[in-house]
Structures are given as structure tokens and as C-alpha cells.
Write a protein that binds this ligand. Structure first.
Ligand code: PMV
Length: 321
């Protein structure tokens, strides 16, 4: 029986998390060292319309119709069948595997959505553009994040470094010279929706101060775009440190994340910051490739339960599809 697969990478935010929810720009890159994979095959012995989803990494093994109506997969299939104008799907079995850490700011939810949409479209022989796919993945993100900026689904769908502003077409970034990063997982799970809601509460209580923080992050993000273009890693690292200091001010860091950031800097990183929603999840450090081993060990000794090295090669961002 033929099977059809879809794949999507993880992602990490380099600059601008949280501020991006308040209309400032952010920069995110795909992390192809981890990914989500979905495989769809026909289930001819099952009743028409039955979609069986088997996703051991998220402890799911059941029929779509039995999931709660507000479940992410219900939103996904609702939007996808509407787009396909196919109210009834043939019976199918979907197997999903992901190596992306869950609830850790690496876009695992968005990557699973994109992988599933790609696999189901391949199975149905339905052509879908990345722009349409991204729109469906965004609807799914909204169903479980509340007010997402859309950065996760966008970077995961297009799999390129992006300069992103909410509600606007994204800009693919130019990368002037090779950049090497280490991602360190604090091991503490953190739900984006909780952190984003807390920031919103604080912003409502002190709007002037928080607007100033967000604007300052926006300025750093724009400077970072220029430094990535010219390939100045020293300056880029400094901007990451400044962004981390502002994230501390808006209360989204944690002692574990600060400890990892300090450990990376102490071992020679050019810059380091938390990444994603915060309170837990990952931090990211910009490094010289030759220092990778030393910095990975420092992070592990300081409590990181996983480290991932990822690189950006020099490239011209080019046009959006
Ligand atoms: O999904 P995470 O943890 O990478 O967080 C997303 C980044 C935020 O700016 C905090 C939220 C958003 O929707 O952009």
C-alpha cells in the first residue's frame, strides 16, 4: 500500500519574541536538525471518512472524530477539508513522529501541523501552495495559543530565516557569513499561552513601560537584521545579550535560563539569550564553530538536558514565493 509523507523542521527565535505580539518585528530561523514527520496511508477496510491518528510522541492514538471539537487536529482537518472542498475524506491512517522538543519554544506544534497538512495533501493528490498551507497552520496555532503572532507557522512552513512582522508579508533574510548557534534546553516545560497571557497582564497594568520595552526590542531586531546581512557575529552577539536583558525586564526569563545564558557566555559564546516564550524551554547562543564542544559541555554541566548545534550558511534571502 503506498504511503505519502510530509515533513517540517523545528524553529528558533533569534530576536523579538513577545514584542512581535505587539507589532514589533522578530527574527526566526528554521532548525532542520530536528523535525516532524507525518505519513499517511489508505485504510480501505475502515469506514469512509475515518481518520486514524497515531502520534506516540504526544500520546495520541485514536480516531479524529473522537477528539474534542476544539482539539488542534479538529481545527486542522476542518480548515483543510474546507480548502480542499472535500467534506468527506477517504479512510486513512496517519502516523506522526517528531524529534522536536515539546513545549520548549521550538515550534513543535506548528511543525506537526505543517507535516500533517503536507502528507494529507500528497495523499489526496491536492496541490497546495506554502502560503495557503501557512494560513491553515496559523488557524491551528490560534486554536491553542490564543493570540499567536504567526511567526512559528511561517518559519516552519517556508524553512528559511525570516524577518517577521505580525500581519505583514515576511522578509527572507540575507545572511552575510556563516553563523553557528547552540540551543540549550533548560528541560523546564513552559506553555506559550501562559507566558503570553502574563506579559499581557503586565502590559495592561503598565502600558507605557511595556511599550518602551517592546520598542527597544524592535530596534535591536532591526539592527540584528543588518548585522546578519553584513555577517558581523560580534555585533550580533552583543545584540542578543541586550535582547536577553530586555526579556528579563519583562519577566519571561527564569533562574535556569539565566544560568544557561551565563554559562554559554562564560565558555566563550559571542552572545546568548532565552528563546521563545520563556520561563522554561530553550536558550540560544551564537558561537564560533571551534568553541562548540567547550560551550556544549558548559551548558550540559549547567543543567541543559539537550543541546543542538545549528548553522546558517551565507545566503541571499530572495523573494517570497
Ligand atoms: O512558541 P514559542 O515558545 O517559540 O513562543 C512564540 C513567541 C512569542 O512571541 C512569545 C509568541 C508569539 O505568538 O509570537
Amino acid at each position: 500500500m503506498p504511503s505519502f509523507s510530509g515533513k517540517a523542521p523545528g524553529k528558533i527565535i533569534l530576536f523579538g519574541e513577545h514584542a512581535v505580539v505587539y507589532d514589533q518585528p522578530a527574527i526566526a530561523i528554521p532548525v532542520s536538525e530536528v523535525n516532524a514527520n507525518a505519513v499517511v496511508s489508505a485504510a480501505p477496510l475502515r469506514p469512509e471518512g475515518e481518520v486514524w491518528i497515531e502520534a506516540p510522541d504526544i500520546h495520541l492514538n485514536q480516531v479524529l472524530a473522537d477528539l474534542p471539537v476544539d482539539h488542534a487536529f479538529q481545527t486542522l482537518f476542518g480548515a483543510l477539508t474546507k480548502r480542499m472542498k472535500a467534506p468527506r475524506l477517504p479512510a486513512m491512517h496517519i502516523t506522526i513522529h517528531s524529534t522536536i522538543p515539546i513545549a520548549a519554544g521550538m515550534g513543535s506544534g506548528a511543525a506537526i501541523s505543517v507535516a500533517v497538512i503536507r502528507a494529507v495533501c500528497a495523499f489526496m493528490n491536492f496541490q497546495i501552495s506554502d502560503t495557503e498551507l501557512n494560513e491553515i497552520a496559523f488557524q491551528v496555532e490560534k486554536s491553542y495559543h490564543g493570540t499567536p503572532s504567526g511567526i512559528d507557522n511561517t518559519v516552519v512552513t517556508f524553512e528559511k530565516p525570516i524577518f517577521f512582522t505580525r500581519g505583514a508579508p515576511f522578509e527572507p533574510l540575507d545572511i552575510g557569513s556563516e553563523l553557528c548557534f547552540i540551543i540549550g534546553d533548560s528541560g523546564a516545560p513552559s506553555r506559550t499561552i501562559d507566558v503570553v497571557s502574563d506579559v499581557r497582564r503586565r502590559w495592561s497594568a503598565q502600558p507605557e513601560i511595556y511599550e518602551l520595552y517592546f520598542q527597544s526590542i524592535g530596534i535591536l531586531t532591526r539592527k540584528a537584521r543588518e548585522q546578519m546581512k553584513v555577517g558581523n557575529s560580534l555585533k550580533l552577539g552583543g545584540l542578543m545579550n541586550e535582547n536577553h536583558a530586555l526579556l528579563q525586564k519583562i519577566n519571561v526569563s527564569s533562574p535556569e535560563l539565566d544560568f544557561l545564558v551565563d554559562a554559554a557566555l562564560g565558555a566563550g559564546a559571542l552572545g546568548a539569550k532565552l528563546s521563545g516564550a520563556g520561563w522554561g524551554g530553550n536558550m540560544i547562543a551564537l558561537i564560533n564553530r571551534r568553541d562548540a564542544e567547550k560551550i556544549c559541555s558548559a551548558l550540559t554541566r549547567s543543567g541543559a538536558n539537550r543541546t543542538i548545534i545549528t548553522e546558517l550558511k551565507p545566503s541571499y534571502g530572495g523573494m517570497i514565493e
